[in-house]
Design a protein around this ligand. Structure first.
Ligand code: SF4
Ligand code: SF4
Ligand code: SF4
Length: 578
């Protein structure tokens, strides 16, 4: 341990810690624009690229960046002297001098870290003017836009994309005022290996990276009297939406969310959890078929579009390994535009399916060539949790004061297994609840597979299925998925089922969720909210959902029937590795 003093107060931290970490321990706030903490990855970005965290160290002539200066015994640090504050102001003014002054209309307004920093430093004018950067906005992706005019070159996105996700879609390009962060040769992001996971968007401090906003299309569809507009909401949305309205993290707002969506004017308000139950029916049946008939194992889950695109690029020699099931979002759309349309006597051509997702990859997924039927997409418009927050505000709804309302039937009914899809490990747990009972013909009483829960990047377990050991694993984040798949390819590890989610904590940590700024405690609370909702349900196994049973009895036949295949399954394509 090393002892030092910060602002005259003694503190002890491990050798190798930085001044910034020592200040954290004392509760002293040193502002920074480039710091990226991802505790579950033990990743602390110390690139010192923004230089906002400068501090005075006794005995040194120059100010030192707190994030990149290791503590020394008996060091004396001052974090908020007049000299330090002036230096921080100058640095931020220099950044602002090369930043568009469009805060009033910027998509990140009120959530921008640069805006907050300027306020924190009481910056009321910019002393510098002159040449500025000019970049063309890359709007090639259906998921997110790259506006490098707003980039502060903090490189958080690059760390996230390369170190955590191992996608390597982003890196520094050019020099001087032309410097930006982008794909090789500054090609359009949609032509690159980017998988649209949105984790770079989640950590970008400004609107240099921001999701495509589709809210206007939703309002237009609702207003159009010729359209019949249904909405589905993914499990993870309810666990985080309340945070934007002053409701403590971890309080699920399922009923208020249904009430708000009904106030918008949707014709039906449904739950993607219903389709999560349907996914389990198809996925568990596929696993059991492969398990009993010597098929390809491990089976890999396929409900995360970021992960699907990742394996299409990086493991294209293994395209027969993942499950062929579409994601719950797409299964929902496929059933809404067939069975539901038939039941409600609505022409499917008039039906608009809107999804509220924690995810920006779902925007990309909805437009994939392998989705939809007869030239009609399964899902028409996808908005994120953050876009839903803005729409609730636009509509003037006092969200916190809303009375709970239920979803509509039949696609609003779900089991606890459907709810936990939103947390890393939840899809696998849900699949095991059903697969166990189908394989053994016995009732599973202990439905909580706790070894698969939590934020650890890789979780492994062996499940006893009536004397048969079933080896399973969960990977949260694409870097962990790469590790698992490379071990399997090299014959070092064997599993029966693997769940992969592109976002490190699963969908609760999705790129479209309210920003959590690396706060693991918030992620844990969101996770807890979903497991609590699961526990509160009378039915906790997907195959027990009465509306799913009815759907198979009256429409689909059985899992993997010809019609189920046509509507609920897909195929994958080989994509370039670089
Ligand atoms: S969306 Fe994901 S894959 Fe694409 S650039 Fe961002 S972090 Fe990388
Ligand atoms: S795009 Fe955003 S996260 Fe990436 S370097 Fe620029 S400001 Fe930082
Ligand atoms: S983990 Fe969830 S939120 Fe993240 S990319 Fe996959 S589906 Fe989207």
């Amino acid at each position: 341990m090393v002892s030092l003093k910060i602002n005259g107060k003694a503190v002890e931290v491990p050798e190798g810690a930085t001044i910034l970490e020592a200040a954290d321990k004392l509760g002293v706030h040193i502002p920074t624009l480039c710091r990226l903490d991802i505790p579950e990855f033990s990743l602390h970005n110390q690139g010192a690229s923004c230089r906002v965290c400068m501090v005075e160290v006794a005995g040194r002539r120059n100010l030192a960046p707190a994030c990149a200066t290791p503590v020394m015994p008996d060091m004396e640090v001052k974090t908020h002297t007049a000299r330090v504050i002036n230096a921080r102001r100058t640095i931020v003014e220099l950044i602002l001098s090369n930043h568009p002054k469009t805060c009033l209309t910027c998509p990140k307004s009120t959530a921008c870290e640069l805006q907050s920093l300027a306020a924190e430093l009481s910056i009321q004018g910019i002393a510098f003017s002159g040449q500025t950067s000019r970049h063309t906005v890359d709007a090639s992706s259906p998921a997110y836009a790259r506006d490098m005019n707003k980039c502060v070159l903090c490189r958080r996105c690059e760390t996230m994309c390369s170190t955590v996700q191992t996608v390597n879609a982003l890196s520094g390009l050019n020099r001087g005022f032309a410097t930006c962060i982008g794909p090789a040769f500054n090609m359009p992001i949609s032509d690159s290996v980017c998988v649209s996971c949105g984790q770079c968007v989640a950590v970008c401090p400004t609107a240099a990276l921001s999701e495509v906003n589709n809210a206007a299309e939703v309002w237009a569809a609702i207003k159009d009297p010729d359209k019949f507009v249904v909405v589905q909401t993914a499990p993870a949305v309810r666990a985080a939406l309340g945070e934007a309205f002053g409701i403590p993290a971890g309080v699920p707002v399922t009923g208020k969310m249904a009430a708000a969506l009904r106030m918008f004017g949707f014709d039906r308000v449904f739950d993607t959890d219903f389709a999560a139950d349907l996914t389990i029916m198809e996925e568990a049946a596929e696993f059991i078929h492969r398990f009993k008939h010597g098929g390809k194992l491990p089976i890999l889950t396929s409900c995360c579009p970021g992960w699907v695109k990742f394996f299409e690029h990086q493991f294209s020699d293994m395209l027969d390994v993942p499950s062929t099931c579409k994601s719950p979002q797409q299964m929902f759309g496929a059933i809404a535009k067939t069975r539901l349309a038939e039941e409600l006597k609505v022409d499917p051509a008039r039906m608009v399916v809107v999804s509220v997702m924690p995810c920006i990859a779902k925007k990309y997924e909805a437009g994939r060539a392998d989705m939809g039927r007869d030239g009609r997409p399964d899902v028409d418009i996808v908005i994120t949790t953050r876009e839903l927050v803005k729409m609730i505000r636009e509509a003037g709804i006092n969200f916190a004061a809303l009375q709970d309302e239920a979803f509509d039937d039949p696609m609003g009914e779900s089991t606890g297994a459907g709810v936990i899809f939103g947390a890393s490990g939840g899809v696998l747990e849900a699949a095991l609840r059903t697969a166990y009972e189908w394989i053994t013909g016995k009732t599973l009483d202990a439905v909580d597979f706790t070894a698969l829960r939590g934020l650890r990047g890789i979780k492994e377990a062996t499940v006893d299925v009536d004397g048969m050991p079933v080896k399973v694993a969960v990977a949260g984040g694409l870097g962990n998925a790469r590790k698992l798949l490379e071990d399997i390819r090299a014959g070092k590890k064997q599993y029966h089922i693997i769940e992969v989610m592109a976002c490190p904590g699963g969908c609760i940590d999705g790129g479209g969720q309210p920003y959590h700024r690396g706060r693991t405690d918030i992620l844990k609370k969101r996770m807890k909210a979903l497991y609590a909702e699961d526990k509160s349900k009378v039915l906790r196994k997907s195959h027990e959902n009465p509306f799913i049973k009815k759907l198979y009895a009256e429409f689909l036949g059985e899992p993997h029937s010809k019609l189920a295949h046509e509507l609920l399954h897909t195929h994958y394509v080989k994509r370039p590795r670089m």
